[in-house]
Design a protein around this ligand. Structure first.
Ligand code: URP
Ligand code: ZN
Ligand code: ZN
Length: 466
């Protein structure tokens, strides 16, 4: 039987209006003026709720191998947590390790996810070794595998790092086949020098993770990536997890010049800081060791990033969900911050945390929807199947309660983490009901979904470019 979501206010990237949404099977079939839809249907009452497209988190790392361990969420636990938080699609990063055949890395990622996911998922590909074979594989992935974006690292020498020549070659290939290059923009070789010097001085606490990854080395790498993309005939470039004002300035300058340069930030960079989190007493700060790092609250990064979100110099908010438990994982870096696995888990909280921007008057309701759902779908070739409430689109829908409240804690979250980066935060707004391809996954705080409901989605090219 068809279902009518009735009585809510439908919010899109371009406006809001009272409307009833009819779902049949896995798809949205029609929108009706309030009260004018069919009667002989199942009703979901959305009175007082915002009806928004399911969230699209374009940056997650389920089970990422890092620093001798693996990110602690599997596709099972991580996508279930995503569903609780109103995210109905993730784009995870499959990994080609240095020396590995790209297609083997991809096959390993499919094996991790197949039959395990609760929400739909797609993949980007991390290239850990750009060589002739990897360049050929890029064409195959774009043409046959629905993978149209490739992440390269200017950081982590000896692990994921690519030098400028490798980056340029991958960019030239992307320019030819229509793919997007995603860049981890930090100057890794320079950072490694600062890290060794800090450790030699006995500066081993988590705080020094931030100190040894200064803003200038994010800005320099961001600028260099933009220049390399320019040399590669304006290859489309997407800067991931941007955290610093001066990196944002480089992106804004390129965009003002009409370049195909895009960027995302993450909730941690909008709210948390070097001093308050990384600088927490003892080893506590390890919870917030991630790269790029949290920035100083004595500078204007938070203010500038919110402004960037409003001006579209920052187009997307992703989580960079890469959880590690304190026990046995973050603890690997006791006495040496450089051995702490890098990453913060947050796939469950992105929709709520960004809604605070609406509550605080920093984002419009429409811009909230745009940055958490519509733009990531368009940026990564999932639109209009995902990211919009429109006839023909997948019925991925969230009923959001602006009168509700959300309390975040490791005791109640669903991610496989023994702590929360947002412990004790109590925030306005609440995910009320979550629907994925017509199936109710979450309602009244209860879970009705199942492992295996989530399917792999082959992506097209970015709608911003083609
Ligand atoms: O600290 C982070 N960001 N960990 C995940 C890997 C990455 O660089 O995105
Ligand atoms: Zn990265
Ligand atoms: Zn990441």
């Amino acid at each position: 039987m068809a279902t009518l979501i009735k009585g809510g206010s439908v919010v899109s990237a371009t406006g809001r209006h009272p409307a009833d949404v009819l779902i049949d099977g896995e798809r949205i079939v029609a929108l009706f003026a309030p009260g004018t839809g069919p009667q002989d249907v199942e009703i979901i009452d959305a009175t007082g709720k915002y009806v928004i497209p399911g969230g699209v988190d374009a940056h997650t790392h389920m089970e990422l191998p890092f620093g001798g361990t693996h990110a602690s969420d599997t596709f099972d636990t991580g996508t279930r947590a995503a569903a609780f938080g109103g995210t109905t699609t993730i784009v995870d990063f499959a990994v080609q390790r240095t020396g590995e055949v790209v297609q083997d890395g991809l096959a390993a990622w499919h094996a991790k996810a197949d039959g395990e996911a609760h929400v739909d998922y797609a993949f980007h590909m991390i290239l850990g070794g750009v060589d002739d074979d990897a360049l050929k594989a890029m064409d195959v992935l774009v043409a046959d595998e629905g993978i149209t974006s490739f992440k390269l690292f200017m950081a982590y020498p000896g692990v994921f790092y690519s030098d400028d020549g490798q980056i340029l070659r991958a960019m030239q290939k992307a320019r030819d086949n229509g793919a997007m290059i995603m860049m981890h923009a930090e100057n890794g070789p320079a950072i490694d020098v600062l890290v060794q010097q800090a450790i030699a001085r006995g500066e081993t606490a988590p705080y020094y993770h931030g100190v040894t990854r200064p803003e200038a080395l994010e800005a320099e790498a961001t600028h260099r990536a933009i220049q390399l993309a320019s040399v590669a005939a304006d290859c489309p470039l997407y800067i991931v997890h941007l955290s610093a004002s001066k990196a944002l300035e480089a992106v804004a300058e390129a965009r003002d010049a009409g370049r195909n340069v895009f960027a995302e930030t993450c909730p941690q960079y909008l709210y948390l800081s070097l001093e308050d989190q990384l600088g927490a007493p003892g080893f506590e700060g390890a919870k917030w060791v991630c790269s790029t790092p949290l920035r100083s609250k004595h500078e204007n990064h938070h203010r500038d990033l919110w402004k960037g979100l409003r001006s579209n110099d920052l187009a997307v908010v992703s989580t960079d969900h890469c959880p590690f438990c304190m026990k046995d994982q973050k603890e690997l870096g006791v006495g040496d911050f450089s051995k702490i696995p890098n990453g913060i888990g947050g796939v469950e909280h992105r929709v709520d945390l960004l809604y605070q921007g609406v509550v605080d008057g920093k984002l419009s309701l429409e811009r909230w929807v745009e940055t958490i759902a519509t733009t990531p779908a368009r940026m990564f070739g999932l639109y209009p199947r995902k990211g919009v409430i429109a006839p023909g689109s997948d019925a991925d829908i969230v009923l959001y309660d602006p009168a509700g409240r959300t309390r975040i804690s490791a005791e109640t979250h669903h991610m496989n983490m023994d702590h929360s980066a947002w412990e004790g935060w109590e925030i306005a707004g609440k995910v009320d009901t979550v629907i994925s391809r017509g199936t109710v996954l979450v309602r009244d705080g209860e879970y009705h979904g199942r492992k295996g409901h989530g399917r792999y989605v082959k992506r097209g090219l970015s709608t911003y470019l083609h």
